[in-house]
Design a protein around this ligand. Structure first.
Ligand SMILES: *Cc1c(COP(=O)(O)O)cnc(C)c1O
Length: 402
């Protein structure tokens, strides 16, 4: 059966508007479409393909487990899930893990746990959840309401209540909002979808201190920033601030859907048998692939390599900007970088994405004013240089058309 991009419009719900070409194969940081055209991948499936496409070790883990056991449900436990949880807890502050299938589900679990913890320990009045404008936490109704863009949660009827927002990096506004009625604060330790915005050191420390003062749980959403993306295993490790709950997904499975919520023994105790669950969460197939991805990423040489690749990206982007003067700032950390457009190009991030696609380069945007790169953590230098040569041609096209 022959399918093309036109088939999408015939048979798919129109909530996405995918690119015109249809990719059929990937290897490392290169992807080929139906016509055999070769692309360089700086998008990484939106910060997911942490080891590129079809990494031989992940393919091996997938096929080996695929020949053994795929799915059981949580009526039974399984070896890959317990091994992965052991590795996640030894490498982080956490003692306990809950597995889900996506970032939104991991966050949903975190929010429900925080509410239940507060109810059990402090009574029903301690229910406020604070999050930050421009934050993104997923698309379930609870997580999208906690996210900081009302446009994404409007239009679906009554929202989950007691959710408040203030500006990221505005400690004063946050201090005014938090109180003893606050049960949890959810934040990305590097805002991704919102425009690649790093937290100020004083801000994160201040948020932690105020959470402690008011007995509120601090939830770090590391769905995008986690698993080596910033050159640290998790971004919190580079900030000197430890959350009470951490969520991970995207890079965690290297392309296989999985999410995880990590927390301490004391907090975890509030999700008693029957309080929450998932049919697929922690299935052996996903956990076997994630375990292998985790083993490869949690290696000082790989994490150090992320910072070297960041330096090369920044150097080449600065060269491009010296010629074409399109960016006001290159920001972000590790292999999660954003090129913020200057005043002359406001609102035009998508034009750069389209011009890049024409040059056979896959990249991302983060809002209307930031071009985003979230490639494989092990993208070869040659692919970075070739991808940047293509990006330069794309930038030239947009700049010359002005
Ligand atoms: C992508 C993302 C999510 C949602 O993850 P899904 O797997 O799409 O549900 C949540 N939080 C952050 C920070 C993300 O970047």
């Amino acid at each position: 059966m022959k399918v093309t991009r036109a088939t999408f419009d015939e048979v798919m719900v129109p909530n996405y508007n995918p690119a015109g070409m249809v990719p059929v194969r990937g290897e490392g940081s290169r992807v080929w479409d139906q016509d055999g055209a070769e692309y360089i991948d700086f998008a990484g499936g939106i910060a997911v393909n942490v080891l590129g496409h079809c990494h031989p070790e992940l393919v091996k883990a997938l096929t080996e487990q695929g020949n053994k056991l795929w799915h059981l449900s949580n009526v039974f436990t399984n070896e890959p899930a317990m091994r992965l949880a052991s590795k996640l807890t030894s490498a982080t502050f956490a003692d306990k893990v809950y597995f889900a299938n996506s970032g939104a589900e991991a966050n949903e679990a975190a929010l429900k746990l925080a509410r239940r913890w507060a109810l059990d320990k402090h009574g029903e009045d301690k229910n406020q959840i604070i999050a930050f404008n421009k934050g993104f936490h997923g698309r379930t109704f609870f997580t999208v309401t906690v996210g900081g863009q009302a446009a994404y949660s409007d239009g679906f009827g009554p929202k989950p209540g007691a959710v408040d927002h203030c500006d990221y990096n505005d400690l004063e506004a946050f201090e005014k909002l938090i109180s003893d009625s606050t049960c949890a604060v959810m934040m990305e330790p590097l805002q991704g979808e919102g425009g690649i915005i790093s937290p100020d050191a004083d801000f994160v420390k201040g948020v932690r201190e105020l959470c402690d003062k008011h007995n509120a749980l601090l939830i770090f959403d590391e769905v995008q920033s986690g698993v080596g993306r910033t050159g640290h295993l998790y971004a919190y490790m580079g900030l000197g601030v430890t959350p009470d709950i951490l969520t991970s997904a995207k890079s965690l499975g290297g392309g296989f859907p999985i999410g995880a919520m990590l927390t301490t023994t004391e907090i975890a105790a509030h999700l008693k048998p029957g309080t929450h669950g998932s049919t697929y969460g922690g299935n052996p197939l996903a956990c076997a692939v994630a375990e292998k991805a985790f083993d490869i990423v949690n290696d000082p040489a790989v994490l150090e390599g992320v910072l070297q690749k960041e330096a090369l990206f920044r150097e080449l982007l600065a060269d491009i900007n010296n010629k074409y003067h399109v960016f006001s700032e290159i920001r972000g950390k590790g292999m999660l970088l954003g090129c913020a457009l200057n005043d002359d190009y406001q609102g035009r991030a998508r034009d750069f994405l389209v011009a890049s696609a024409d040059e056979k380069l896959m990249c991302l945007v983060a809002g209307m004013n930031v071009v985003r790169f979230a490639p494989s953590l092990i993208i070869p230098e040659e692919d970075i240089r070739e991808g940047m040569a293509r990006f330069e041609r794309a930038v030239a096209t947009v700049a010359n058309a002005k």
